[in-house]
Design a protein around this ligand. Structure first.
Ligand code: FAD
Length: 498
């Protein structure tokens, strides 16, 4: 008897474990209720995960596999029930994407006294090709170099060994504000079926969860996730690049793909997506800046983050290179703030579990960074709320990219900005109580005095980094009296936050 254990975020159609299946095998999937209670998770995220697992198990059964789907309080209890009923002589499982999961797998053999075979994780392209297999401990590696190697290895957007369109990077074309009359298409809606409705009713009852199950409309099967991708290809990809960095209350999604929940669960796999996007370019259906931008996100940033996570674990989630000490401001739990951009972003996160990248980076993380919020606290806030959050993806994005708390191993500079950036990239400031142009005073945007306060506090460190020394140069426009006003207002504001 052989047990093939599939984890809840490994719902891939071509799961490598299926090649090991024979008449003596049972596929094991455990739904651990304690897992859902580890922290107060956003309810739609739980619905997505649980419903996708149940649909996946049913699909495997339809495909002729024997499946033991166990609902238990803990993974250990689930294992005990399975061992008692099935008495396996060997266990096979695919390596977990996250560190705690992999630790559990590595200790499983000792715990249950049965040999365990760990298969390579196939949910990331770095499982096939790792551009930097033996990184040096404290050396910086930049995403761009990593990404170019991935492009070459997987032959994506390459022409006779050179990048298509004559350049590797079209980021400069991808920083437009959403024009006044541009209305991005509505996101796709997948009506909950009977299984999903049952899960919604269960999750609605959970006491320590956030948001509501009402309005759940994510895809929960391979077929619907593929449909979501096709809709993105047909309706959004052409403008994906142009408005990638735009900020607006007018559209939830802009031209982003919203595919991360499906990729991270295994409902979609990275290579077919980028190959289809490349085909759209070759067929003349999408411009190079859009396609290159999308390919960069998937085979560049996503893979690089996974690589950084494994390079810096264990301990990455506790890094704090800027010595930030403050707890989470209360309004991050409610969205109640006069700052229009944060009000929108936090409420969206509570309601849907989704913000696009620039909202996560330049609104939320920027605020956490400037206000000196403890990185682990920020990490956990994102981890509990986001529809696409998993242990492997949070530390590199929050600790590494967003807060530069890993000493710059993930990103070469802290992503900090004043209200000037937010105003330039969007139209949140138009409806805001605060004035994006004022540095101090009652209606000055907090991003402004917090930004200058941060520059003053960390002047030497920022000056020493060639990528942030320009930020420090701006101090020459502040006389001594203005510096004092900035610091006094920031101090008062931060004291009130606590
Ligand atoms: P698109 O803009 O359409 O991009 C396409 C795909 O590229 C995404 O679906 C995603 O799979 C991938 N991608 C792009 N950048 C990254 C990245 N930095 N890390 C991982 N994948 C990336 N991504 C998550 O998958 N889960 C998270 O919990 C998460 N939290 C984040 C928190 C912070 C503070 C920051 C700065 C980034 C975070 N990201 C996370 C990365 C990125 O913001 C999301 O992947 C993206 O916003 C998801 O929306 P989308 O599918 O519409 O992305």
């Amino acid at each position: 008897m052989k047990t093939l254990w599939i984890l809840g975020d490994q719902l891939t159609h071509h799961h490598p474990i299926l090649t090991q299946y024979d008449d003596s095998s049972t596929i094991l999937i455990i739904e651990s209720q304690n897992r859902w209670k580890k922290m107060p998770y956003q309810r739609k995220r739980l619905v997505l995960l649980i419903s996708a697992m149940r649909h996946y198990a049913n699909k495997l059964k339809e495909r002729g596999f024997k499946v033991d789907y166990i609902k238990a309080h803990t993974f250990s209890a689930g294992w005990q029930a399975h061992l008692k009923n099935q008495k396996p002589a060997e266990i096979v499982t695919m390596a977990a994407a996250s560190y705690p999961g992999r630790q559990f797998q590595q200790k499983l053999s000792e715990t249950v006294n049965i040999p365990v075979t760990l298969l390579k994780n196939t949910q990331f392209l770095t499982g096939i090709y790792n551009p930097i297999p033996n990184p040096q401990a404290n050396k910086r590696y930049v995403m761009e170099t990593f990404y170019r190697q991935m492009r070459k290895r997987f032959d994506l957007l390459m022409e006779n060994g050179q990048p298509m369109g004559g350049q590797w990077n079209f980021d400069k074309d991808n920083r437009k504000k959403l024009p006044k009359h541009d209305a991005p298409p509505a996101p796709p809606v997948f009506k909950p079926d009977a299984i999903t409705q049952e899960v919604m009713a269960e999750v609605a009852q959970l006491k320590h969860a956030i948001g509501t199950v009402e309005g759940f409309d994510y895809a929960v099967t391979h077929c619907d996730a593929k449909r979501a991708f096709e809709i993105f290809l047909n309706e959004r990809l052409t403008k994906f690049g142009d408005y990638e960095d735009a900020l607006t209350p007018r559209s939830h999604l802009l031209y982003h793909s919203a595919l991360s929940p499906y990729l991270n669960l295994g409902l979609l796999e990275p290579l077919p997506l980028v190959q289809a996007a490349q085909q759209a370019l070759l067929d003349g259906n999408a411009p190079i800046n859009a396609v290159e931008g999308f390919v960069r996100q998937i085979i560049g940033w996503r893979e690089f983050m996974y690589w950084q996570y494994w390079r810096q674990m264990p301990g990455m989630e506790n890094k704090n290179a800027w010595g930030a000490k403050r707890p989470l401001p209360q309004f991050f739990n409610t969205g109640q703030t006069n700052m229009a951009c944060l009000h929108h972003a936090i409420n969206r996160a509570i309601d849907t579990g989704y913000n696009h990248h620039i909202e996560r980076l330049m609104l939320l993380c920027n605020y956490f960074m400037l206000a000196g919020i403890k990185p682990k606290v920020a990490n956990d806030w994102f981890l509990s709320l986001y529809i696409d959050a998993y242990d492997w993806v949070m530390p590199p994005n929050v600790i590494g990219m967003g807060l530069n708390a890993d000493g710059g191993l993930t990103a070469t500079k802290p992503y900090i900005a004043s209200a000037n950036y937010i105003n330039k990239m969007g139209d949140f400031c138009k409806s805001c109580f605060y004035n994006p142009k004022k540095r101090t005073g009652e209606d000055a945007c907090p991003y402004n005095f917090l930004y200058w306060n941060f520059i003053l506090e960390h002047e030497a460190k920022l000056r020493a980094n060639p990528r942030t020394s320009r930020n420090v140069l701006g101090l020459r426009y502040l006389d001594e009296a203005e510096k004092e006003r900035v610091q006094a207002q920031a101090k008062q504001f931060l004291n009130n936050l606590e």
